[in-house]
Ligand binder design. Structure first.
Ligand code: TRP
Length: 335
């Protein structure tokens, strides 16, 4: 959205398409994205990072096959709405100019700083066989961000990236890349900034630190009522009644006085685990049933065109970015 006084405000954020989304994704990202969308103050690009998914999942094509479709349906089902003029779903692999930008930014991006990146280092310890693509993904992510950089940049323009704590080093890096580019070639890219928000985190149904697909402790946005019931009833219960995941879920999905009273009753032994879980099931179903209904409606109408038009919107800006960068880096035919 353009406003002469405040500059352009662009939001770019994304997810890797490595499978269906769960409650952890909702609390950790989607809830925040929805709020941003509904504020309608920004041009919002939500990136389906299917290439970045390959940095770690190239050996499991069976996981990737349906993932873009599933993530799109999950986004739609929680209420992200690409029929709004300021909301775009962008499929990373379908923006060839972004790949070009990625290669060109590699020529700017500092190697030593990249190798010191704490998030990359931590993630590296979990890789059996790290790929080159994995090692350079923070650079590639700069291309995701700057493909929507306003051209020409004007004072007050902003690219905001709403992300969790783990992504902050990547944004610092992306800022550095833009500043280096600008100082060598003239002001071209708008250095991005993190959009800090209250970002929640959910433990898994087994009370392990993080809900995840691979750890088999997730409740998915597309789970049926029967599945949700089974998962909740079999969920871990802390014998001390302090660290039961049900407590955290109730607070995340129904924050109110009644919830706090219920938790107190549970912790003082007046009600049992079963009752706590039964209440949680009601709360979760109130949250999940509308999501399922929306999902079903989109399964019918198809999602192809939605993704094509969002991707084309990003492509339009990315073409301008590439044109400007090519010219500034003298990557043109000689006269
Ligand atoms: N790395 C992000 C994640 O794993 C996903 C992502 C890809 C992203 N490109 C991005 C996030 C650009 C913000 C901006 O969650």
């Amino acid at each position: 959205m353009t406003n002469a006084h405040t500059g352009k405000k662009v939001i770019l954020t994304g997810m890797r398409t490595t499978g269906s989304l769960h409650l952890g994704h909702y609390v950790g990202a989607l809830e925040n994205w929805l709020q941003i969308q509904n504020e309608a103050k920004y041009e919002c690009y939500f990136l389906l990072a299917d290439i970045q998914a390959l940095t770690t999942h190239s050996q499991s094509p069976e996981i990737l096959r349906e993932s873009v479709r599933n993530v799109v349906l999950d986004w739609l089902s929680v209420g992200l709405d690409p029929t709004l003029p300021h909301v775009h779903f962008v499929l990373q692999s379908q923006v060839p100019e972004r790949h070009e930008l990625s290669i060109l930014l590699q020529m700017i991006a500092n190697y030593n700083i990249l190798m010191d990146n704490p998030t990359l280092k931590t993630e590296l310890t979990r890789q059996k066989e790290a790929t080159v693509g994995f090692m350079t993904y923070p650079v590639d992510q700069c291309a995701d961000i700057y493909m929507v950089s306003p051209i020409p940049p004007s004072p007050g323009d902003q690219i905001l990236v709403p992300v969790g704590e783990d992504q902050i080093p990547h944004l610092e890096y992306a800022r550095d890349v833009a500043r280096k580019f600008n100082s060598r070639y003239g002001h071209t890219l708008v250095p991005c900034s993190p959009l800090k928000a209250k970002i929640g985190r959910l433990v898994g149904t087994d009370a392990n630190e993080k809900m995840g697909k691979s750890t088999n402790n997730a409740i998915f946005l597309c789970d049926s009522k029967a599945t949700v019931t089974r998962k909740i009833m079999r969920m871990y219960s802390d014998p001390q009644r302090q660290a039961s995941p049900a407590i955290q879920y109730l607070r995340a999905f129904n924050p109110c006085d009644a919830t706090e009273t219920l938790i107190q009753e549970y912790q003082s032994g007046n009600i049992g685990d079963k009752e706590l879980k039964e209440t949680l099931l009601v709360v979760m179903e109130q949250f999940l049933e509308p999501i399922r209904m929306r999902r079903a409606s989109f399964e019918q109408i198809g999602i192809h065109d939605i993704v094509v038009s969002g991707t084309e919107a990003a492509r339009t800006t990315c073409k301008q970015v590439i044109k400007s960068i090519r010219s500034k880096m003298y990557l043109e035919y000689p006269n």
